[in-house]
Design a protein. Sequence first.
Length: 568
Amino acid sequence: MKLSKLYQLIWVLPGLIMIGSCGKDFLDTRLDTMPTDENIESSYTTIKQLANTPYAYMRNINEFTALDGNLSAPVSDEAVQTNTVGNVYLFNNGVWSPFNNPDDRYSYYYAGINAVNYFLEYLDKHDGDYRSLLAVNRDTITVDTRKAFLDDVALMGWSIAEAHVIRAYYYFELIKRYGRTPLVNKTFPANTSPQIAASSFDEVTAYIVKEINDYQNALQPNWKTSAFANQDGRFSKGAALALKARVLQYAASPLHNASNDQAKWIAAANAANEALEFARQTGNNQLDNNYRNYFLGSNTLTSAETIMAVRFDPDNALERANYPIGTAGGNSGITPTQNLVGAYEWKGAADPNNPYANRDPRLEMSIVTNGSNWNGRIIDQSAGQSDDARRQNASRTGYYLKKFVNDQVDLINNATNTHHWPIFRYAELVLTYAEAMNEAYGPDQSNGQTWTAREAVNLVRSRPSVEMPAVVAAGKEQMRSAIKGERQVELAFENYRYWDVVRWGDAATVQNQTITGVSVSKTAAGVFQYQTKEVQQRKFIAPKMNYYPFPQREIQISNGTLTQNPGW
């Protein structure tokens, strides 16, 4: 990997963030391209900038625009992209490669890792004495400046622990994609290309878990309720514990645990239980009562369901991209599939005239269906109507995206809304716990932990705005299927589905299935009729595509020290 380029990237990346805020509170990033001790020490704010820089690589990956300017959902069976041209088709058609991978974040994550390494090394050069570094140029001490100084000291103490956990987070994102990756925990001089072989998935996992275990108690327990509430959005202890649970969940999954070593599932269950117990003891997190509203506007930030979220400035890109073509300013964007719609269970008796009635309420809260009220009107995709499926750029599946999308935004006058991305939320943590507990102990054994697997799943299903009936599953295999289905609907469009089916070993089936939608017509009496139709055929080559190929440029730079993943 060309760390010389990554080293320089840290200092020229625009828009480094003030964590816990956005817009007017962006950090002053007027640093020289190649920092030195002299220019770092010329201003007391610079050491704080070094501490905050690693977060930039989280915020500048905007999951709302991650693929073709939209959500990544069309790489899975969740959605189809309306536009027939785009990078998503490299995935859909199985033609992505070491030379052309639309989700190539390899250098980006290493830039974040290098930012952490530089910050920690700079502190080491000064024997970890950040109090003195923060005191530089603070010649006049007043009551106000003393408080500001002590606040900076407190924040810097947390920042050191955060740096270790942020680095762990980036390493997880790398092994999630590549299966293995080089462990690079020091900086290198400019214009050098260190040759480091990839460490295995298990080795990197062990490193991540150790980093979290070593530093989790030095993290802020809860930014929202602290004296530093304006810093919310940084890693807290709860977020670090949620990360550890997710990492161990992946490590225990079939892709990385072919022998089904039960010790790995027990470790995952213990980690998820630790995170849940911390949330219970502190009162930090719980399910939001309103599933639909949780994902809208500032609710994602203020809700106790959020363990950690990335903040973004107000805009209307998501609405502009995904509103129905029949709505002024809408472009259809990514449209949910019948494959996903069919995963929402019936809550009551089926209505022969309305396939969307009496279904899991999360269907209506996540997907715009024909005949529903959206953008202040009834969606009608039958012939001759405003949403006629024959219109150019109309939905190819018969559905439109609702989750994350605000209703009735005036796109003509460029009205904006906020959208914030939950990296860790309580419901996902509960389902991680349920999966690990079921695999470790079966559906109805708690083994001294918080809940049984069944109780955990039913907790998510019993959310007041959802209130789905309890899961009926006779044993571990049936509960496994139920948990997979629950994750599919609860976490829809949150960039979990693709990674779930890959880690479960289900990608060869799920990613190669026919993608379907519905055709809508209307009888003379005005009754809608629906016919399932084929929309796409996709190609996923397993086991080759279970892991991303390393970028070919990195293979070449390493002179063969970094070997390509099998099949690529």
